[in-house]
Write a protein that binds this ligand. Structure first.
Ligand SMILES: [Zn+2]
Length: 424
Protein backbone atom coordinates (compact mmCIF):
# COMPACT_ATOMS: atom_id res chain seq x y z
CA UNK A 1 0.00 0.00 0.00
CA UNK A 2 1.44 3.35 -1.03
CA UNK A 3 1.33 6.08 1.56
CA UNK A 4 0.81 9.77 0.91
CA UNK A 5 0.62 12.78 3.13
CA UNK A 6 -0.80 16.29 3.08
CA UNK A 7 1.70 18.71 4.59
CA UNK A 8 0.61 20.77 7.59
CA UNK A 9 0.89 24.55 7.50
CA UNK A 10 2.84 25.27 10.68
CA UNK A 11 3.24 28.92 9.75
CA UNK A 12 -0.42 29.70 10.28
CA UNK A 13 -0.50 32.13 13.15
CA UNK A 14 -3.67 30.76 14.60
CA UNK A 15 -2.39 27.44 15.87
CA UNK A 16 -4.38 26.67 18.97
CA UNK A 17 -2.41 26.32 22.15
CA UNK A 18 -1.49 23.07 23.85
CA UNK A 19 -2.03 21.07 20.72
CA UNK A 20 -0.08 18.32 19.11
CA UNK A 21 0.30 17.76 15.39
CA UNK A 22 -1.29 14.43 14.51
CA UNK A 23 -1.48 12.79 11.10
CA UNK A 24 -4.68 10.76 10.83
CA UNK A 25 -5.07 7.96 8.28
CA UNK A 26 -7.63 7.91 5.45
CA UNK A 27 -7.86 5.26 2.78
CA UNK A 28 -8.08 6.25 -0.85
CA UNK A 29 -9.22 4.25 -3.83
CA UNK A 30 -8.42 5.45 -7.34
CA UNK A 31 -9.74 3.44 -10.22
CA UNK A 32 -11.52 3.44 -13.54
CA UNK A 33 -15.18 2.60 -13.35
CA UNK A 34 -17.01 1.19 -16.33
CA UNK A 35 -20.73 0.85 -16.23
CA UNK A 36 -23.32 -0.23 -18.67
CA UNK A 37 -26.98 0.74 -18.61
CA UNK A 38 -29.66 -0.74 -20.77
CA UNK A 39 -33.21 0.42 -20.83
CA UNK A 40 -35.72 3.07 -21.80
CA UNK A 41 -36.27 6.65 -20.86
CA UNK A 42 -34.09 6.85 -17.87
CA UNK A 43 -32.09 9.34 -16.00
CA UNK A 44 -29.23 8.17 -13.92
CA UNK A 45 -27.07 10.04 -11.53
CA UNK A 46 -24.38 8.79 -9.32
CA UNK A 47 -24.99 8.90 -5.63
CA UNK A 48 -22.06 10.26 -3.73
CA UNK A 49 -23.77 10.49 -0.38
CA UNK A 50 -22.86 8.31 2.51
CA UNK A 51 -24.55 4.97 2.46
CA UNK A 52 -24.92 3.68 5.94
CA UNK A 53 -22.07 4.55 8.23
CA UNK A 54 -19.32 4.83 5.67
CA UNK A 55 -18.17 8.41 5.30
CA UNK A 56 -17.48 9.05 1.67
CA UNK A 57 -16.10 11.67 -0.53
CA UNK A 58 -16.88 11.39 -4.20
CA UNK A 59 -15.70 13.31 -7.19
CA UNK A 60 -17.55 13.53 -10.46
CA UNK A 61 -21.18 13.04 -11.17
CA UNK A 62 -22.54 11.84 -14.42
CA UNK A 63 -26.07 12.12 -15.65
CA UNK A 64 -27.57 10.94 -18.86
CA UNK A 65 -30.94 10.43 -20.38
CA UNK A 66 -32.16 8.41 -23.31
CA UNK A 67 -35.45 8.32 -25.12
CA UNK A 68 -35.31 5.03 -26.97
CA UNK A 69 -34.07 1.56 -26.18
CA UNK A 70 -30.34 1.89 -25.99
CA UNK A 71 -27.18 0.73 -24.49
CA UNK A 72 -24.84 3.10 -22.77
CA UNK A 73 -21.33 2.38 -21.76
CA UNK A 74 -19.90 4.98 -19.44
CA UNK A 75 -16.39 5.15 -18.14
CA UNK A 76 -14.80 7.54 -15.73
CA UNK A 77 -12.19 7.93 -13.07
CA UNK A 78 -13.40 7.39 -9.52
CA UNK A 79 -11.72 8.43 -6.33
CA UNK A 80 -13.07 7.48 -2.93
CA UNK A 81 -11.90 8.16 0.58
CA UNK A 82 -12.68 6.27 3.72
CA UNK A 83 -11.69 7.39 7.21
CA UNK A 84 -9.80 4.70 9.06
CA UNK A 85 -11.29 3.62 12.37
CA UNK A 86 -8.29 5.16 14.16
CA UNK A 87 -9.51 8.46 12.67
CA UNK A 88 -13.21 8.07 13.39
CA UNK A 89 -12.29 7.09 16.95
CA UNK A 90 -11.16 10.69 17.42
CA UNK A 91 -14.43 11.96 15.97
CA UNK A 92 -13.15 12.95 12.53
CA UNK A 93 -15.66 11.40 10.17
CA UNK A 94 -14.42 12.21 6.68
CA UNK A 95 -12.03 14.22 4.56
CA UNK A 96 -14.92 15.88 2.76
CA UNK A 97 -13.50 17.89 -0.14
CA UNK A 98 -10.07 18.17 1.37
CA UNK A 99 -8.81 14.94 -0.10
CA UNK A 100 -9.32 16.32 -3.59
CA UNK A 101 -8.08 19.84 -3.01
CA UNK A 102 -4.78 19.70 -1.21
CA UNK A 103 -1.63 18.48 -2.89
CA UNK A 104 -0.27 15.25 -1.54
CA UNK A 105 3.27 14.01 -1.45
CA UNK A 106 4.70 10.56 -0.91
CA UNK A 107 5.11 9.70 2.74
CA UNK A 108 8.71 9.87 3.87
CA UNK A 109 10.41 8.80 7.05
CA UNK A 110 11.18 12.40 7.98
CA UNK A 111 7.47 13.11 8.29
CA UNK A 112 7.44 10.89 11.37
CA UNK A 113 9.51 13.46 13.24
CA UNK A 114 7.08 16.34 12.61
CA UNK A 115 4.06 14.94 14.33
CA UNK A 116 2.40 11.81 15.56
CA UNK A 117 1.59 9.52 12.65
CA UNK A 118 -1.37 7.37 13.68
CA UNK A 119 -1.26 3.83 12.36
CA UNK A 120 -4.36 2.59 10.56
CA UNK A 121 -6.32 -0.15 12.26
CA UNK A 122 -8.78 -1.28 9.59
CA UNK A 123 -8.05 -4.50 7.82
CA UNK A 124 -6.95 -4.03 4.22
CA UNK A 125 -9.63 -6.34 2.83
CA UNK A 126 -12.38 -4.61 4.84
CA UNK A 127 -11.29 -1.27 3.40
CA UNK A 128 -11.09 -2.56 -0.12
CA UNK A 129 -14.55 -4.06 0.11
CA UNK A 130 -16.11 -0.89 1.54
CA UNK A 131 -14.51 1.36 -1.06
CA UNK A 132 -15.44 -1.00 -3.84
CA UNK A 133 -19.06 -1.08 -2.81
CA UNK A 134 -19.18 2.68 -2.46
CA UNK A 135 -17.66 3.23 -5.88
CA UNK A 136 -19.85 0.78 -7.74
CA UNK A 137 -23.08 1.25 -5.87
CA UNK A 138 -25.44 3.64 -7.56
CA UNK A 139 -28.32 5.22 -5.74
CA UNK A 140 -31.39 5.85 -7.83
CA UNK A 141 -34.54 7.40 -6.56
CA UNK A 142 -37.40 9.57 -7.72
CA UNK A 143 -40.22 9.04 -10.20
CA UNK A 144 -38.35 9.51 -13.44
CA UNK A 145 -35.26 7.62 -12.49
CA UNK A 146 -35.38 3.99 -13.26
CA UNK A 147 -32.75 1.57 -14.37
CA UNK A 148 -33.61 -1.65 -16.09
CA UNK A 149 -30.21 -3.12 -16.13
CA UNK A 150 -26.85 -2.14 -15.00
CA UNK A 151 -23.48 -3.62 -14.72
CA UNK A 152 -20.41 -1.85 -13.35
CA UNK A 153 -16.83 -2.95 -13.08
CA UNK A 154 -13.78 -1.37 -11.59
CA UNK A 155 -10.37 -1.74 -13.14
CA UNK A 156 -6.85 -0.49 -12.56
CA UNK A 157 -7.52 0.08 -8.92
CA UNK A 158 -4.99 1.66 -6.63
CA UNK A 159 -5.54 1.60 -2.90
CA UNK A 160 -3.39 3.96 -0.89
CA UNK A 161 -3.26 5.62 2.50
CA UNK A 162 -3.48 9.36 2.86
CA UNK A 163 -2.34 11.03 6.08
CA UNK A 164 -4.01 14.32 6.80
CA UNK A 165 -2.68 16.67 9.50
CA UNK A 166 -4.72 17.84 12.46
CA UNK A 167 -3.93 19.68 15.68
CA UNK A 168 -5.32 17.74 18.56
CA UNK A 169 -5.80 18.93 22.12
CA UNK A 170 -6.61 16.28 24.64
CA UNK A 171 -7.81 17.61 27.96
CA UNK A 172 -9.43 15.70 30.79
CA UNK A 173 -12.24 13.75 29.16
CA UNK A 174 -12.45 15.89 26.03
CA UNK A 175 -10.80 16.17 22.65
CA UNK A 176 -10.65 19.18 20.38
CA UNK A 177 -9.38 18.98 16.82
CA UNK A 178 -8.34 21.58 14.24
CA UNK A 179 -7.58 21.11 10.58
CA UNK A 180 -3.83 21.78 10.39
CA UNK A 181 -3.94 23.03 6.80
CA UNK A 182 -6.86 25.45 6.95
CA UNK A 183 -6.63 26.14 10.68
CA UNK A 184 -10.40 25.65 11.02
CA UNK A 185 -11.85 23.88 14.04
CA UNK A 186 -12.94 20.38 13.05
CA UNK A 187 -16.56 19.51 13.78
CA UNK A 188 -16.39 16.23 15.66
CA UNK A 189 -18.86 13.38 15.44
CA UNK A 190 -19.61 10.75 17.97
CA UNK A 191 -16.87 8.27 17.46
CA UNK A 192 -18.31 5.35 15.58
CA UNK A 193 -18.81 1.86 16.88
CA UNK A 194 -15.80 -0.17 17.82
CA UNK A 195 -13.68 -0.80 14.77
CA UNK A 196 -13.52 -4.27 13.39
CA UNK A 197 -10.81 -6.36 14.93
CA UNK A 198 -7.63 -6.14 13.01
CA UNK A 199 -6.79 -9.53 11.69
CA UNK A 200 -3.76 -8.81 9.59
CA UNK A 201 -1.25 -6.00 9.33
CA UNK A 202 -2.23 -3.25 6.94
CA UNK A 203 1.28 -2.85 5.63
CA UNK A 204 3.55 -5.15 3.82
CA UNK A 205 7.22 -4.83 4.43
CA UNK A 206 8.59 -2.47 1.84
CA UNK A 207 10.84 -4.32 -0.56
CA UNK A 208 12.99 -2.78 -3.21
CA UNK A 209 13.26 -4.63 -6.46
CA UNK A 210 16.10 -3.81 -8.77
CA UNK A 211 14.75 -3.26 -12.28
CA UNK A 212 17.32 -5.22 -14.19
CA UNK A 213 16.59 -7.87 -16.78
CA UNK A 214 17.23 -11.33 -15.38
CA UNK A 215 18.38 -12.50 -18.78
CA UNK A 216 20.83 -9.95 -20.13
CA UNK A 217 21.17 -7.67 -17.05
CA UNK A 218 20.10 -4.55 -18.97
CA UNK A 219 18.23 -1.98 -16.90
CA UNK A 220 14.45 -2.05 -17.44
CA UNK A 221 12.67 1.25 -17.96
CA UNK A 222 10.93 2.09 -14.68
CA UNK A 223 7.29 3.08 -14.75
CA UNK A 224 5.04 4.13 -11.94
CA UNK A 225 2.28 1.65 -12.63
CA UNK A 226 3.87 -0.78 -15.01
CA UNK A 227 2.68 -4.36 -14.61
CA UNK A 228 4.88 -6.14 -17.13
CA UNK A 229 8.31 -4.83 -18.06
CA UNK A 230 9.67 -5.68 -21.51
CA UNK A 231 13.44 -5.85 -21.79
CA UNK A 232 14.34 -3.67 -24.74
CA UNK A 233 17.61 -5.51 -25.25
CA UNK A 234 16.84 -9.23 -25.24
CA UNK A 235 13.02 -8.99 -25.60
CA UNK A 236 12.01 -11.03 -22.62
CA UNK A 237 9.31 -9.92 -20.17
CA UNK A 238 9.39 -9.47 -16.40
CA UNK A 239 6.92 -8.83 -13.61
CA UNK A 240 7.91 -7.36 -10.25
CA UNK A 241 7.04 -9.44 -7.24
CA UNK A 242 7.85 -9.37 -3.56
CA UNK A 243 11.07 -11.31 -3.88
CA UNK A 244 12.28 -9.89 -7.16
CA UNK A 245 11.58 -10.00 -10.84
CA UNK A 246 9.97 -13.07 -12.30
CA UNK A 247 10.07 -13.94 -16.00
CA UNK A 248 6.74 -13.54 -17.73
CA UNK A 249 5.53 -15.26 -20.85
CA UNK A 250 4.30 -12.82 -23.48
CA UNK A 251 4.34 -13.05 -27.24
CA UNK A 252 5.18 -10.87 -30.17
CA UNK A 253 2.60 -11.55 -32.85
CA UNK A 254 3.68 -12.18 -36.40
CA UNK A 255 2.48 -9.30 -38.59
CA UNK A 256 -0.13 -10.30 -41.18
CA UNK A 257 0.66 -7.25 -43.28
CA UNK A 258 3.90 -5.65 -44.36
CA UNK A 259 5.06 -2.27 -43.20
CA UNK A 260 4.48 0.35 -45.86
CA UNK A 261 7.37 2.55 -46.82
CA UNK A 262 7.76 5.35 -44.34
CA UNK A 263 5.96 3.50 -41.57
CA UNK A 264 7.72 3.06 -38.23
CA UNK A 265 7.02 -0.17 -36.36
CA UNK A 266 5.30 0.13 -32.95
CA UNK A 267 4.30 -2.65 -30.57
CA UNK A 268 1.13 -2.32 -28.51
CA UNK A 269 0.30 -4.85 -25.76
CA UNK A 270 -3.14 -6.44 -25.51
CA UNK A 271 -4.57 -9.06 -23.20
CA UNK A 272 -6.20 -11.91 -25.09
CA UNK A 273 -8.71 -13.75 -22.90
CA UNK A 274 -10.21 -16.98 -24.14
CA UNK A 275 -13.79 -17.24 -23.03
CA UNK A 276 -17.13 -18.88 -23.36
CA UNK A 277 -20.32 -16.84 -23.60
CA UNK A 278 -23.77 -17.72 -22.42
CA UNK A 279 -26.35 -15.50 -24.07
CA UNK A 280 -30.08 -15.86 -24.40
CA UNK A 281 -30.11 -19.65 -24.22
CA UNK A 282 -27.14 -19.89 -26.56
CA UNK A 283 -23.62 -20.98 -25.77
CA UNK A 284 -20.81 -19.49 -27.82
CA UNK A 285 -17.40 -21.16 -27.67
CA UNK A 286 -15.90 -20.63 -31.10
CA UNK A 287 -15.30 -17.87 -33.59
CA UNK A 288 -17.83 -19.46 -35.95
CA UNK A 289 -20.52 -19.50 -33.28
CA UNK A 290 -19.87 -15.82 -32.55
CA UNK A 291 -20.58 -15.10 -36.22
CA UNK A 292 -23.52 -17.42 -36.74
CA UNK A 293 -25.31 -17.14 -33.39
CA UNK A 294 -24.56 -13.53 -32.43
CA UNK A 295 -23.98 -11.99 -35.84
CA UNK A 296 -20.69 -10.40 -34.77
CA UNK A 297 -18.55 -10.40 -37.92
CA UNK A 298 -15.47 -8.57 -39.17
CA UNK A 299 -16.17 -5.28 -40.90
CA UNK A 300 -15.85 -5.38 -44.69
CA UNK A 301 -12.49 -3.59 -44.81
CA UNK A 302 -10.86 -5.77 -42.18
CA UNK A 303 -8.46 -8.54 -43.04
CA UNK A 304 -6.86 -11.19 -40.84
CA UNK A 305 -10.04 -12.71 -39.42
CA UNK A 306 -9.56 -16.06 -37.72
CA UNK A 307 -11.07 -19.34 -38.89
CA UNK A 308 -14.50 -20.43 -37.65
CA UNK A 309 -13.02 -23.29 -35.64
CA UNK A 310 -10.84 -20.94 -33.54
CA UNK A 311 -11.44 -20.52 -29.83
CA UNK A 312 -13.45 -17.47 -28.87
CA UNK A 313 -11.50 -14.69 -27.14
CA UNK A 314 -11.83 -11.04 -26.32
CA UNK A 315 -9.12 -8.40 -26.30
CA UNK A 316 -8.39 -5.70 -23.75
CA UNK A 317 -5.77 -2.98 -24.18
CA UNK A 318 -2.91 -3.46 -21.75
CA UNK A 319 -1.32 -0.08 -22.56
CA UNK A 320 -2.48 3.09 -20.87
CA UNK A 321 -4.98 4.34 -23.42
CA UNK A 322 -7.83 2.63 -21.67
CA UNK A 323 -9.37 5.61 -19.99
CA UNK A 324 -12.63 7.29 -19.48
CA UNK A 325 -14.88 7.80 -21.32
CA UNK A 326 -14.13 5.03 -23.76
CA UNK A 327 -12.85 1.54 -23.87
CA UNK A 328 -10.05 1.14 -26.31
CA UNK A 329 -11.27 0.97 -29.89
CA UNK A 330 -8.35 -1.11 -31.15
CA UNK A 331 -9.17 -3.84 -28.59
CA UNK A 332 -12.86 -3.77 -29.54
CA UNK A 333 -11.96 -4.16 -33.22
CA UNK A 334 -9.75 -7.15 -32.41
CA UNK A 335 -12.60 -8.78 -30.48
CA UNK A 336 -14.86 -8.34 -33.46
CA UNK A 337 -12.21 -9.67 -35.83
CA UNK A 338 -11.07 -12.66 -33.73
CA UNK A 339 -7.65 -12.82 -35.42
CA UNK A 340 -5.66 -16.00 -35.25
CA UNK A 341 -2.39 -14.85 -33.73
CA UNK A 342 0.84 -16.71 -34.21
CA UNK A 343 4.07 -16.15 -32.36
CA UNK A 344 6.54 -14.12 -34.37
CA UNK A 345 9.91 -12.51 -33.90
CA UNK A 346 10.57 -9.22 -32.23
CA UNK A 347 11.47 -6.57 -34.76
CA UNK A 348 12.93 -3.27 -33.84
CA UNK A 349 10.28 -0.81 -32.85
CA UNK A 350 8.94 1.21 -29.99
CA UNK A 351 7.22 -0.89 -27.30
CA UNK A 352 4.40 0.48 -25.19
CA UNK A 353 4.43 -0.53 -21.54
CA UNK A 354 1.80 -2.70 -19.98
CA UNK A 355 -0.28 -0.95 -17.33
CA UNK A 356 -3.16 -3.36 -16.87
CA UNK A 357 -3.07 -6.68 -15.10
CA UNK A 358 -4.83 -9.88 -16.18
CA UNK A 359 -7.35 -9.29 -13.40
CA UNK A 360 -8.26 -5.98 -15.08
CA UNK A 361 -8.78 -7.80 -18.35
CA UNK A 362 -11.12 -10.22 -16.59
CA UNK A 363 -13.05 -7.36 -14.97
CA UNK A 364 -13.63 -5.90 -18.42
CA UNK A 365 -15.23 -9.06 -19.82
CA UNK A 366 -18.78 -7.73 -19.64
CA UNK A 367 -18.00 -4.21 -20.79
CA UNK A 368 -16.05 -5.64 -23.74
CA UNK A 369 -18.89 -7.88 -24.90
CA UNK A 370 -21.82 -5.62 -24.11
CA UNK A 371 -20.49 -2.95 -26.44
CA UNK A 372 -20.24 -5.45 -29.31
CA UNK A 373 -23.42 -7.47 -28.95
CA UNK A 374 -26.03 -6.01 -31.27
CA UNK A 375 -29.37 -4.85 -29.99
CA UNK A 376 -30.44 -3.24 -26.76
CA UNK A 377 -33.08 -5.46 -25.28
CA UNK A 378 -32.50 -5.34 -21.58
CA UNK A 379 -33.53 -8.82 -20.64
CA UNK A 380 -31.40 -10.32 -23.36
CA UNK A 381 -28.30 -8.34 -22.48
CA UNK A 382 -28.87 -9.14 -18.83
CA UNK A 383 -28.63 -12.81 -19.68
CA UNK A 384 -24.99 -12.48 -20.78
CA UNK A 385 -22.56 -14.69 -18.90
CA UNK A 386 -18.83 -14.71 -19.57
CA UNK A 387 -16.59 -17.50 -18.43
CA UNK A 388 -12.92 -16.56 -18.79
CA UNK A 389 -10.07 -18.95 -19.52
CA UNK A 390 -6.53 -18.79 -20.84
CA UNK A 391 -5.25 -15.21 -20.58
CA UNK A 392 -2.18 -14.16 -22.54
CA UNK A 393 -0.29 -10.96 -23.19
CA UNK A 394 0.35 -10.30 -26.88
CA UNK A 395 2.38 -7.49 -28.35
CA UNK A 396 0.76 -6.66 -31.69
CA UNK A 397 2.60 -4.85 -34.48
CA UNK A 398 1.41 -1.48 -35.80
CA UNK A 399 2.87 0.81 -38.40
CA UNK A 400 3.08 4.48 -37.50
CA UNK A 401 3.17 7.21 -40.08
CA UNK A 402 2.36 10.81 -39.44
CA UNK A 403 -0.85 11.00 -37.48
CA UNK A 404 -1.90 7.46 -38.19
CA UNK A 405 -1.34 4.04 -36.65
CA UNK A 406 -2.15 1.06 -38.84
CA UNK A 407 -2.71 -2.37 -37.36
CA UNK A 408 -0.50 -4.91 -39.10
CA UNK A 409 -3.03 -7.53 -38.00
CA UNK A 410 -6.30 -6.12 -39.37
CA UNK A 411 -5.15 -3.30 -41.62
CA UNK A 412 -7.42 -0.97 -39.67
CA UNK A 413 -6.19 2.60 -39.19
CA UNK A 414 -6.35 4.67 -36.03
CA UNK A 415 -5.80 8.30 -35.28
CA UNK A 416 -2.53 8.41 -33.42
CA UNK A 417 -3.79 11.03 -30.97
CA UNK A 418 -6.05 8.33 -29.51
CA UNK A 419 -2.90 6.81 -28.07
CA UNK A 420 -1.41 10.08 -26.88
CA UNK A 421 -0.61 10.59 -23.25
CA UNK A 422 -0.67 6.94 -22.40
CA UNK A 423 2.60 7.16 -20.55
CA UNK A 424 4.39 4.50 -22.49
ZN1 LIG B 1 17.19 -8.55 -21.32
Amino acid sequence: VLRYLVVAEPELGSRPTETKLVYLPFWRLSALLYSCDIGKRQRASESVSASGKIPLMGRGVFIWSTTSPSKLLGGRVVERHLADSATTALGVASLRLRGAIYPVEPFRQEHEGRGEVVAPTLDYEVVREALYRSAIEFGYSGDNIRLECQRADIVAERLSLLYYPFWVRRAAGSVAVWDAVSGEPEPLHESTAAPSVQSSPAFDELTLVELRCGGCQSPLAPGNRTVVYPCHECHTFWVAERDGLRPFEAHYARPLQRLDSGEEPIWLPFWRVECRLGYWEKTIRTVGELRSKLGIRPLPADVGAGADAGKLAYFVAAYGALRAPRLDHAARDLTRLQPELTVGEYQKGEEFRCFYAPSDAHELAYASWLQLIPGAIGKRLRSLRVQVGLTELWYLPFGAKGRELRSLTSGRRYERSAFRGVGH
